[in-house]
Write a protein that binds this ligand. Structure first.
Ligand SMILES: [Zn+2]
Length: 284
C-alpha cells in the first residue's frame, strides 16, 4: 500500500533538485557531438536501491506488496514534453510545463513525491505566462528523450507521466489520446500501464470535453515506439490531452483555469490508480 501522508516537500524543492541534475544535461545538450546517452549517475538525488537499475522495465511497485504503515509515498515523475531538440514544439512545451507545474502542486499537497524532468523556467515565470512569447520559448532547454526517461528511472519513479498536447495539419481535429508502451511483438513495456492509461483517458476526455478519445499502445496507434515509454523503468503513460492545432482549443489552452482543470484530471487519475492498487493489496 502506498502511504500518502501529508508531505511538506513542495514541487519547488523537487524542481531545485532537478536543476542540479540538469546542470549536466544542459552541458551535454549543448554539444551535438556528444553521444545521446543518459547520465548513469545523477548528482544530488541518489537513486533508490530498489530502482537503481534502469536496465529494463519493472512492474509498478506496490502491486502485490503487503500493506505496511511504513510504505513510502508514491513517487510520480512528470515529464513535460519538448523541446527534445532545439526549437522543437516550443508553444506546446510551455503548455506542457504549466500543466506539470499545477499537477506537481496537487500531488505534493496530497502527499506524493514528485519530480519534474525539466526546470528551465522559474515558478514565477510559469505563473503569469505568455505561451506565444518567443523570447521565453527561446530559453527552453532541450532535454533528449533518452535523458528524460533516465532522469525518472534514476530518481526511482513509481509511475511516469509524459505530458503532451497534440497537433495535426487537419485543423478541426481535437481528441484526447493516451499511450502506453509496447514492443514490435506486442509485449507490454509495463504490465500495469494500460490500466493507468484507461483511467487517465476517462478523466482527461471528460475534463477537456474533446470529441472522443483514443487509447492504445504506441505501436498500435503510432506504429513506432515512444522513447520515453520504451525506456521508462516505471509504469509509464503519455498523455495528449487535446490538439493545440485546433484554433478554438489553442485559445482554451492559453487559459489558466483550463490548464488547472487538465492537471486536476491527471491528478484524479493518479489517485484512482493508486487507490485501486491499495484495494488489491488490502484484499490479498
Ligand atoms: Zn508533444
Amino acid at each position: 500500500m502506498f502511504s500518502r501522508r501529508s508531505n511538506a516537500l513542495p514541487a519547488l524543492l523537487n524542481s531545485a533538485a532537478c536543476f542540479a541534475v540538469l546542470t549536466f544535461v544542459i552541458c551535454a545538450g549543448a554539444d551535438p557531438n556528444l553521444p545521446r546517452q543518459a547520465p548513469s549517475v545523477i548528482e544530488g538525488e541518489p537513486p533508490r536501491e530498489d530502482m537503481a537499475d534502469d536496465s529494463g522495465p519493472e512492474p509498478a511497485r506496490g502491486a502485490g506488496e503487503t500493506p505496511s504503515e511504513e510504505s513510502p509515498p508514491p513517487r510520480v515523475c512528470l515529464d513535460p514534453g519538448h523541446p527534445s531538440e532545439p526549437g522543437d514544439k516550443l508553444f506546446e512545451a510551455l503548455i506542457n510545463r504549466k500543466v506539470a507545474f499545477y499537477l506537481a502542486e496537487l500531488l505534493s499537497s496530497a502527499g506524493y513525491e514528485t519530480f519534474i524532468t525539466v526546470d528551465d523556467l522559474s515558478p514565477e515565470e510559469l505563473e503569469d505566462i505568455d505561451f506565444e512569447d518567443e523570447e521565453l520559448q527561446s530559453r527552453l532547454v532541450p532535454v533528449w528523450l533518452e535523458q528524460r526517461a533516465a532522469l525518472c528511472n534514476a530518481w526511482g519513479a513509481d509511475i511516469t507521466i509524459s505530458i503532451h498536447h497534440n497537433h495535426s495539419p487537419i485543423g478541426y481535429l481535437n481528441h484526447t489520446a493516451i499511450f502506453w508502451g509496447e514492443d514490435a511483438e506486442g509485449t507490454l513495456r509495463h504490465e500495469d500501464a494500460p490500466r493507468l492509461a484507461r483511467i487517465a483517458e476517462h478523466h482527461l476526455a471528460r475534463a477537456m470535453a474533446t470529441r472522443g478519445s483514443r487509447l492504445g499502445s504506441d505501436q498500435a496507434y503510432l506504429r513506432f515506439s515512444l522513447t520515453v515509454l520504451e525506456q521508462s523503468a516505471s509504469t509509464a503513460i503519455l498523455t495528449e490531452a487535446s490538439f493545440y492545432s485546433n484554433p478554438a482549443e489553442r485559445r482554451r489552452l492559453k487559459r489558466d483555469h483550463y490548464l488547472r482543470k487538465e492537471a486536476e484530471a491527471i491528478f484524479a487519475s493518479i489517485e484512482e490508480y493508486f487507490s485501486k492498487i491499495d484495494e488489491e493489496a488490502a484484499a490479498q
